[in-house]
Design a protein around this ligand. Structure first.
Ligand SMILES: Nc1ncnc2c1ncn2[C@@H]1O[C@H](COP(=O)(O)OP(=O)(O)OP(=O)(O)O)[C@@H](O)[C@H]1O
Length: 440
């Protein structure tokens, strides 16, 4: 059964169907007349009529609630209106097919998540191509905290960030920056708000290499109508004051990253979005960036970082959004993600033959155990089973020279969550009504 949304959209398209069919017909009539009988009356009246219908098609495409990519198609003479209809219908069908808020496998954001959030993404979807859809994405970004967006290559992290800043149009759902006054985040399109709300550094920062860093930033501040001092303050915040009058072409990769950060900080945004900010930075630069981002969060700035560096995210972030296959797998604190993965216990003996014997005993008892690259036995389980393992080895006449619980890393937890989500057909690592995202 078609949804009421779908019926409304189909009804809204009717005038477009009529006008674009007439436009195509008038164009065909002119062309056929030209190449065959060539009646002067048709030539004289056909041109203006087609011109009017062409303009009407474009105006209708602009007025109707079509996605931007469909509106553009309407400028093609003759077939533009029909292509725009097809595109709008296709994207609409995709949006209709996406689950809306309230489906069992959507993230359930709690009141707490919403009241502390600087950004709420509520069932937002985007279509990048016929084959690539992102979402529905639901997650929250706590205000004044550092949030890490993690996921493998192609998971949709950059696209999610681009959706947050309005660089990628959403087909459905809502994205709400500073949602405290918003009653309906599921239909909100407050992506970015005023230029000062969001500072963005996505992909490599583009600067004019022949200009100095100060000149580059002043171009931006003048475009935004801000005072020149805003550029100087941003340069100072990222520690580039001394090199501010050097040409950007002489900058190292790390300095360019810092300049990009300065550009994102112009206007003192309340939220800053960074895509792979540690790319190209040396270890010293990474530590500096980490300290800097922490100081931003201490000053109340909300920081969102997309990164593959899970150890970095574990070290830096207060909140994690994990994505895979264009969907959100997890939304919550790093500790919650770590809890979804039980720990391991590492056992070792002095003798390889004894190690193999103990491994057989452990697996025979039903434990998930294997040898690691270092020759130690790694057993999945909580720390309390260590005593049982020790007793089992002792009963077999083997003394364990090491038996130590190992805390899972964020990488372990993320990989385990990904494989269980894949195996279970995209379900969340552990069910929860609060912040765990369900994925198909
Ligand atoms: N403009 C586009 N048109 C079509 N497909 C796109 C477009 N941009 C991205 N994609 C596809 O969307 C998917 C998500 O890409 P995205 O860049 O958001 O992932 P990512 O998680 O940031 O990856 P990476 O970590 O490699 O940067 C990929 O399959 C990518 O090929």
């Amino acid at each position: 059964m078609k949804s009421s949304n779908s019926r409304d959209r189909v009804a809204a398209m009717t005038p477009m169907r009529v006008v674009s069919s007439l436009e195509l017909f008038s164009l065909l009539t002119i062309v056929v007349n030209r190449v065959t009988v060539h009646y002067p009356a048709i030539t004289a009246t056909g041109g203006p009529i087609h011109g009017l219908l062409y303009v009407a098609t474009i105006v209708l495409a602009l007025l109707l609630p079509f996605p931007r990519s469909a509106k553009w198609l309407a400028v093609i003479p003759g077939v533009g209106g029909i292509l725009a209809l097809w595109r709008a219908r296709y994207i609409g069908a995709v949006a209709d097919a996406q689950p809306t808020a309230g489906h069992a496998f959507d993230v359930e954001l709690t009141e707490g998540d919403r009241s502390t959030a600087a950004v709420v993404v509520d069932c937002a979807t985007a279509t990048l191509s016929n084959a690539t859809k992102i979402g529905p994405l639901t997650f929250s970004v706590p205000r004044g905290r550092i949030t890490g967006l993690i996921g493998p290559n192609g998971a949709g992290k950059t696209t999610a960030l681009r959706m947050l800043c309005g660089l990628v149009e959403s087909d459905a759902g809502g994205i709400c920056v500073e949602p405290s006054d918003c009653n309906d985040t599921a239909h909100c399109a407050h992506t970015g708000g005023s230029p000062a709300d969001l500072g963005v550094l996505i992909e490599s920062p583009g600067f004019l290499p022949g200009l100095t860093a100060r000149q580059n930033l002043r171009v931006l501040t003048r475009l935004a109508g801000w005072a020149d001092e805003v550029a100087d303050t941003a340069l100072e915040r990222v520690g580039l004051t001394e090199s501010a009058d050097r040409r950007v072409s002489t900058y190292s990769l790390g300095m360019k990253q810092r300049l990009g950060l300065a550009a994102a900080l112009l206007g003192h945004p309340s939220t800053i979005i960074l895509d792979e900010p540690t790319n190209g930075l040396d270890p010293h630069g990474i530590v500096e960036l980490r300290t800097f981002l922490r100081s931003l969060a201490t000053d109340g700035v909300t920081v969102i970082i997309a990164s593959h560096a899970l150890d970095e995210i574990e070290e830096l972030c207060d909140h994690v959004v994990a994505m895979n296959h264009g969907r959100v797998m997890f939304n919550g604190s790093p500790n919650r993600l770590l809890e979804s993965r039980s720990g391991t216990i590492r056992c070792r003996t002095d003798d390889p033959a004894a190690t193999r014997a103990v491994l057989e005993i452990f697996t025979g008892q039903g434990h998930s155990a294997q040898l690691d690259h270092d020759g130690a036995i790694v057993v999945m389980g909580e720390p309390h089973i260590a005593a049982t393992l020790n007793d089992s080895a002792f009963a077999a006449g083997v003394v364990l020279t090491e038996i130590s619980p190992v805390r899972p890393t964020l990488t372990d937890a993320f990989l385990a969550a990904m494989s269980s989500a894949d195996a279970e057909g995209f379900r969340p690592p552990t069910p929860s009504t609060s912040t765990l995202a369900a994925v198909r």
